[in-house]
Design a protein around this ligand. Structure first.
Ligand code: ADQ
Length: 538
């Protein structure tokens, strides 16, 4: 048997590779610059650009990734590649930002096929455990490939203009981009972050283009998820669905046929806690709080805040409230439930029927339980709210119902505990065990939202908790979120990408050395595992 290489120190035997010999001068020169997580430019690639047109002109979009990357965009040069959403006259950057905004325009057909189709009617339901049936259309897939190529092309241009930049690709809209970048830039420090769950391999296997999607993401140096179970599902999908193309799994690392290694990690996203504390102290919020306190005087306010999406468990939550009011007649005038729902994806059929379903349930419950001369038990807002008003609802709500059927993270849970604590509140939070936030916010009251009767009992239990128990739980969760805010998440992600890229560079150098030794004289087995500089491999 010829000598074989031990893959990444695993003890398993891999393809035959000879021991390394000395690097030539030109090979040493090809070792790339080491990325610096604290100062390298960042090229973000995400479905949408982080700006919107407000009353006073163009401004940073509120929430999400735009907030997360605000400090990075202010202090470092960089770029953001994203869809312009059809907006005209978008600026090249915003005052105070050092980041260039690089818009991608999509045709009407691409919006329909790539965005509403493959992203939101194929991948979104598929990756959320297929709780709605994913639709597989070849024309959508072709459009998804075309749009991913367009994003990759713009990102490549941005990276060429910014030597030493870290590329950071986001979410399920752009799974093919990392590989497209890697093919053209083997040395590129590159991370991919998925904002939604990753299902069990048997569910993911349903998509006809499963290998292309996995290999697309594996173009990154590191692939990151909110929670350990999603990361584990992804690694198992690579093991089972890519074995026939020579991909191997070594613990949390994926080893590609060319021996390039891709790390996987968990990095739960968070919120800008300082911003939510500031909102809680804002006079506009205080005025709203006074109005809401009057409105719900004498009632315990239960609150739900979600995009109107079938993953969020809004229907099940309404059924649980109905079961509670059915069982506890005395609560019908003492409890109010407010559901705030942001309109979402109206162009996808499932979302339109969800809206009718939700509004039908609300009508039925109010018809059944409103006492003559008294307020309705269920209040409903179908709109996006200004941040101060949202903060006011968080401050006055006695109970937050975060009960998604499945959710990558759920930032609403983190926003609620932060505002409650800042407002010295003692609200309670019921949190789905199927939300990523459930693995972090351990003091919440856990629930299984599929069990609507059980959920109604959890609400009843929470209503009876002592104020001191509720306050202790809110304080513990708010402290946790403050210590793990979104700036902590950005720093960890950039640090992880830089570290994975450095490991990748060492691996590439090792492989170059091996190739050099294969071209030169044979090297004895005794030297295997050592580089000419004496540094142990792996
Ligand atoms: P989303 O599915 O959009 O995000 P979530 O994390 O809850 O879910 O974020 C929703 C955001 O919208 C929150 O910041 C919330 O304040 C805001 N919002 C909700 N209702 C609103 C309203 N009526 N008016 C104004 N704002 C409102 C996806 C994944 C999540 C993951 C995030 C981030 O599905 O699981 O947490 O990305 O990675």
């Amino acid at each position: 048997m010829p000598p074989q290489r031990d893959i990444a120190g695993s003890g398993r035997r891999g393809p035959e590779v000879a021991a390394p010999g000395p690097a030539t001068a030109s090979e040493r020169e090809r070792v790339p610059a080491v990325p610096d997580a604290d100062s390298s430019p960042v090229v973000a690639v995400a479905n949408r650009l982080p700006i919107r047109s407000g009353d006073g002109g163009w401004e940073l979009s509120p929430g999400g990734l735009a907030t997360a990357l605000r400090p990075v965009m202010r202090t470092r040069s960089g770029a953001w590649v994203g869809w312009d959403g059809g907006a005209k006259g978008m600026p090249a950057t915003l005052p105070g930002l050092r980041t260039s905004l690089l818009p991608i325009s999509l045709s009407t057909a691409q919006v329909r096929q790539y965005y509403h189709g493959f992203a939101n009617a194929t991948l979104w339901p598929l990756l959320h455990d297929a709780i709605e049936k994913p639709r597989f259309e070849r024309s959508w897939w072709r459009s998804y490939q075309d749009v991913n190529s367009a994003f990759a092309g713009a990102a490549l241009a941005a990276l060429s203009d910014r030597p030493g930049a870290i590329a950071w690709v986001h979410d399920y809209h752009l799974t093919l981009v990392p590989r497209l970048l890697r093919e053209r830039r083997p040395d590129q420090p590159l991370g991919f972050f998925l904002h939604i769950p990753w299902p069990a391999p048997e569910i993911f296997a349903r998509v006809p283009w499963r290998q292309e999607i996995l290999l697309g993401m594996l173009g990154a140096d590191i692939v990151s998820f909110h929670a350990e179970r999603y990361r584990d599902n992804f690694v198992r999908a690579c093991a089972s669905l890519l074995a026939d193309v020579g991909v191997q799994v070594n613990g949390s690392t994926i080893v590609l046929p060319d021996q390039r290694q891709v790390s996987t990690t968990t990095a739960p996203i968070s919120i800008d806690t300082a911003e939510y504390r500031r909102l809680a102290a804002d006079p506009v919020t205080a005025a709203q709080i006074a109005g809401l306190t009057d409105q719900f005087e004498g009632r315990s306010l239960l609150l739900g805040v979600d995009r109107l999406d079938y993953t969020k468990g809004i229907v099940e939550r309404l059924l649980a409230v109905e079961a509670l009011l059915e069982r506890r007649q005395d609560l019908r005038t003492r409890v109010a439930f407010l559901q705030v729902a942001v309109p979402s994806r109206d162009n996808v059929a499932e979302y339109r029927s969800l809206r009718s379903l939700v509004e039908g349930h609300i009508g039925r419950i109010n018809g059944k339980f409103t006492e003559p001369g008294s307020d309705v038990p269920v209040h409903y807002l179908h709109r996006s709210l200004p941040p101060e008003q949202l903060a006011a609802y968080y401050a006055v709500a006695d109970m937050m119902l975060v009960t998604p059927l499945i959710d990558g993270m759920n930032l609403v849970a983190k926003e609620y505990v932060t505002v409650q604590h800042a407002w010295h509140g003692s609200g309670s939070m019921i949190l789905s065990e199927f939300a990523g936030a459930g693995s972090e916010l351990r003091e919440a009251i856990p629930c299984n939202p599929f069990d609507t009767e059980g959920l109604s009992l959890r609400i009843e239990h929470a209503l009876a908790l002592s104020q001191s128990a509720r306050r202790a739980a809110i304080t513990a969760m708010a402290r946790y979120v403050a210590a793990h805010d979104v700036h902590h998440w950005v720093a960890k992600q950039l640090g992880d990408i830089a570290a994975a890229a450095r490991r990748g560079a060492r691996g590439r150098m090792d492989r170059q050395l091996v190739a050099a030794s294969q071209r030169g004289s044979p090297v004895s087995r005794g030297r295997q595992g050592r580089r000419p500089d004496g540094i142990r491999r792996h």
